[in-house]
Design a protein around this ligand. Structure first.
Ligand SMILES: Cc1cc2nc3c(=O)[nH]c(=O)nc-3n(C[C@H](O)[C@H](O)[C@H](O)COP(=O)(O)OP(=O)(O)OC[C@H]3O[C@@H](n4cnc5c(N)ncnc54)[C@H](O)[C@@H]3O)c2cc1C
Length: 376
């Protein structure tokens, strides 16, 4: 039997990051096999729940700005390629105290990169966007380019395009183990053994199970999403009148929300969730969790405090510093890891796919990736 690799690259995990890597590689004519334990898009990992925020004035660090700008272009390109609507620009508001991490960080990125933005007082926010009631003394960074991505549609379109460009996709086919042998990577699933020159591990919250023997600095955090019906003035929650919004309040607490794009007004806390594992995550939502969200709605968005439509549970895969992990395996240069996107990675997915494809093809990095180095 030949021991030549059958594929140039195997991608383990076809959620946001892995599907994007598979598409980028397939478009470049690389022989790629993508494998997933489920059939993405699915609701068991980190990429479900109807909507994701995309924003440019990146409060987490200015280094992300050129990457998200590239992602905007690639999402638009994917829309054209696939004939699907994936991104709705609504503008965005980062609301909090003037010195808060959120507001000060968004301003820093906007100023460093010369992005269109404005600083609004609490009164100006409420006058322009009547659904939102910031506390007196809060301010907001308004950025016109932010908006909503539709994650399930994004992943479906990415996988369909990857397949159309020649990627082989093994769905409901989990990677059980892998090993580096004679410079190649052997990947075992319940259906077959495959060999490839490179392996990309993009298993999201399952990353630990594919990296045995590494002391991974990642923690899985349970997050709950809620969709409410407007109690009054449903028109205030139309996308034209309700930009994506993130709030920092009471010190370091965060929540965010979206316009009603068909399923109700979606809101959620960012972080403050219980630590868990993807295998044992509590999928049911307790009444107290709905109440805690209502308390925030009553304070900042009282017109959204209507009947609960539904809730969902999702997981973050966090590094200790909140930055991503995109790097080679510390011991095996044939293996790349793209994971731990710490609750803010979706918007970057096509750009991360491109970064991974560049690394595979030994191209010089287009971005400063220093924040994303392996921390093992
Ligand atoms: C509630 C919530 C809200 C968020 N909001 C935002 C937001 O507004 N904006 C934003 O930019 N980001 C946001 N994020 C973060 C973003 O959604 C994630 O960073 C991103 O979706 C992670 O993508 P991923 O590819 O790493 O993981 P996933 O998309 O979960 O993909 C991992 C895939 O690996 C597969 N897999 C696992 N094990 C194996 C195996 N052994 N073999 C084969 N396949 C395997 C899984 O089935 C899964 O399909 C949010 C996340 C959550 C949970």
């Amino acid at each position: 039997m030949s021991t030549d690799p059958q594929y140039d690259v195997i991608v383990a995990g076809l959620g946001a990051m892995g599907s994007a890597a598979a598409l980028q590689l397939a478009r470049r004519g690389v022989q790629v096999l993508g494998l997933d334990r489920h059939t993405p898009p699915h609701a068991l990992g980190s990429s479900h729940g109807d909507s994701r925020i995309i924003r440019e004035a990146y409060f987490e660090h200015p280094i992300y700005v050129p990457i998200v700008q590239r992602a905007f272009d690639l999402w638009r390109e994917l829309e054209e390629m696939s004939g699907t609507s994936l991104l709705k620009e609504t503008g965005g508001l980062m609301i909090g105290g003037p010195g808060s991490e959120l507001v000060a960080g968004a301003r820093r990125s906007a100023e460093a990169h010369g992005l269109a933005h404005a600083l609004l007082s609490a009164g100006e926010v409420h006058a322009r966007f009547p659904a939102l009631h910031p506390d007196d003394g809060m301010v907001a960074v308004w950025e016109p380019r932010a908006g909503i991505l539709f994650p399930e549609a994004c992943i479906s379109a990415t996988l369909a395009e990857a397949r159309r460009h020649g990627a082989a996709l093994g769905l409901d086919e989990p990677v059980q183990r892998w090993a580096v042998e004679a410079g190649h990577v052997r990947v075992t699933t319940p259906r077959a053994e495959y060999r490839a020159r490179r392996l990309i591990i993009a298993a999201g919250a399952w990353v630990r199970s594919l990296l045995p023997g590494l002391d991974l600095p990642v923690r899985i955090e349970r997050q709950v999403l809620h969709w409410f019906e407007a109690a009054r003035h449903a028109e205030w929650f139309a996308p034209e009148r309700c930009p994506v919004h993130i709030w920092q309040f009471d010190g370091r607490r965060f929540f965010y929300g979206f316009a009603d794009v068909g399923n109700g007004v979606k809101v959620a806390f960012h972080h403050d969730g219980e630590l868990t594992t993807v295998q044992n995550v509590r999928r049911e939502v307790a009444p107290g969790e709905v109440e805690a969200t209502r308390a925030v709605l009553r304070r900042f968005m009282p017109a959204a405090d209507g009947p609960l439509r539904t809730s969902a549970v999702c997981v973050y895969t966090n590094t200790h510093d909140g930055h991503f992990w995109i790097d080679h395996h510390p011991r095996h240069p044939q293996v790349l890891v793209a994971s731990a996107c710490s609750g803010h990675g979706f918007k970057f997915a096509p750009a991360i796919g491109e970064i991974l494809a560049d690394i595979v093809q030994n191209m010089p990095p287009r971005f400063d990736l220093q924040l994303f180095r392996s921390r093992c």
